[in-house]
Design a protein around this ligand. Structure first.
Ligand SMILES: Nc1ncnc2c1ncn2[C@@H]1O[C@H](COP(=O)(O)OP(=O)(O)OP(=O)(O)O)[C@@H](O)[C@H]1O
Ligand SMILES: [Mg+2]
Length: 466
């Protein structure tokens, strides 16, 4: 048989019932006779006491009273004089010889005797002295006792059989009831072991099992979340690792390109290819712009490594944030003039907003977001900077029309070196947003990237200074 909790409860309970039944049988077998005799003796004694109290030989209706008693008791009553004469007998009989001898031996001692005579049957005899010196003798046959006792014993045994069957019928559903929640709990735990967190325990009681089920359910949720988080972290880690390796290749490539251009132009200058002043100037411009690219990239790398290592200290002071946003906006308006885009600034022009922070770094955040917006804006699309304020905070958002960012990229977009796949061919190494994220975090701010209707919006929220 399977070692299930149900089987165990069922078997233990059955054994218990069996033991109780056995105990009852033993008690009946060994103690019922004595118990029955004792209780009969008590009854006789009580009646005898009663008769003795009310006995009056001179009373005319004593015979009637005595026969009433005899009838009630269902036994033989006799009153015997000191000399052994039968004064009254409920069955009208005289004493037999053996009985008379017996009487003489134990006259009036108020005790029970069990007599075994060949002529008479076994008798239980009680003998008590009365007030006038005569004796009351109560007699009853053992045989009738024994019949009653045997009938009672049989009855108890017969009664035990249906009780036993009935108990089994009750124990079965009872064992099921007790074991079911445990079996269910076990199922949930087994599933958990196999990392299946779909199954939940249905809590149907407030007892310890119910509480355990509740705890198990909570544990399942926690475990599921933790494992999911771990998986995400692992995915992220794997992805970032890949990104870092790609980054080394990309940085080398990105540095190589402007260096190659510079090298080419310098060789041409050395070979005196450019004769005209105008061509020469153009060559210097290209060299200078390529050198600037190299400089920006190395600066970004330096910034990021400082910000990420925590060695960077903000230079905080209270400054006019509205002014900063306006300056950055103006700079882009003039430098990106040639782009055919609608470029708007949406900011309260009446109230000035102040921030307690690192102005230079916050400008860098705005620059990075705007660079991205200009890099990704669709042709003829719109770019909009908006600054919203409440009493406590300032939320700055940079929106651009253009292709949406894939959902799976949104999670990683703020990580360093991360570049969404669709954008791989575009310029940049994937440091801008990571630098922005670090700066915002150092200002205890929040940042977010969202896909909006027709484009994307990057926003951040920082504390406003009064
Ligand atoms: N406005 C935007 N629209 C669409 N995708 C964007 C936008 N801004 C950023 N991204 C995506 O996020 C990636 C990370 O941006 P991030 O600014 O960190 O790097 P980058 O612009 O590629 O390079 P860097 O800024 O270092 O020159 C980009 O490669 C691009 O895939
Ligand atoms: Mg960028």
């Amino acid at each position: 048989m399977k070692k299930s909790i149900f089987n165990r409860i069922f078997i233990y309970m059955s054994i218990l019932i069996f033991i109780i039944a056995g105990f009852i049988v033993l008690m009946v077998e060994f103690f019922l006779d004595d118990f029955y005799y004792k209780s009969q003796e008590n009854t006789i004694q009580k009646f005898a006491g009663d008769i003795s109290d009310h006995y009056d030989a001179s009373s005319g209706d004593m015979d009637e009273i005595l026969s009433d008693y005899a009838e009630n008791l269902g036994m033989t009553l006799q009153i015997i004089s000191e000399r052994g004469q039968v004064l009254y007998s409920s069955n009208g009989q005289e004493l037999s010889g053996s009985m008379r001898n017996m009487m003489n031996m134990m006259m009036g001692q108020g005790r029970f005797y069990r007599m075994n005579s060949s002529i008479e049957q076994d008798w239980l005899i009680f003998n008590q002295e009365l007030s006038d010196g005569s004796y009351l003798v109560v007699r009853t046959g053992y045989e009738s006792f024994q019949r009653a006792i045997d009938a009672l014993k049989r009855f108890v045994i017969y009664l035990l059989i249906p009780i036993f069957v009935l108990s089994l019928a009750v124990i079965y559903p009872l064992s099921r009831g007790i074991s079911r929640p445990l079996i269910e709990l076990n199922k949930v735990a087994q599933k958990m072991k196999k990392l299946d967190f779909k199954t939940r325990y249905t809590v149907s009681s407030q007892d310890e099992t119910g509480q355990l089920g509740q705890t198990l359910n909570e544990l399942t949720v926690k475990l599921e979340n933790t494992i999911m988080q771990l998986k995400e972290e692992l995915d992220k880690e794997k992805n970032l690792d890949k990104m870092r390796r790609e980054f080394v290749a990309r940085v080398s490539h990105e540095l190589q390109t402007p260096l190659a251009v510079i090298e080419g132009y310098i060789e041409a200058i050395e070979d005196k290819v450019y004769v005209k002043e105008h061509d020469m100037e153009k060559a210097y411009k290209v060299i200078s712009s390529e050198a600037e690219k190299i400089s920006k990239m190395t600066q970004d790398l330096l910034d990021l490594s400082q910000l990420e290592s925590g060695s960077y200290k903000l230079h905080k002071r209270r400054f006019n944030y509205s002014d900063l946003v306006r300056q950055v906006y103006e700079k882009y308006v003039s430098s990106k003039r040639d782009m055919i885009v609608e470029f708007k600034l949406n900011m309260d022009s009446v109230n000035e907003f102040y921030v307690d922070g690192d102005e230079f770094r916050l400008e860098q955040v705005l620059n990075n977001l705007l660079n991205n917006a200009f890099n990704h804006v669709s042709e003829g699309g719109k770019i909009e900077i908006s600054v919203e304020a409440n009493d406590e905070k300032l939320k700055t958002a940079v929106y651009n029309d253009g292709e949406k960012i894939r959902q799976e990229d949104l999670k990683f977009i703020w990580e360093s070196f991360y570049k969404s796949n669709i954008q791989k061919e575009k310029k940049g190494v994937g440091l801008g947003l990571s630098i922005a994220k670090n700066i915002i975090s150092l200002h205890d701010g929040k940042y977010e990237a969202e896909n909006k209707d027709g484009g994307v919006s990057f926003s951040f929220e920082i504390k406003r200074s009064k």
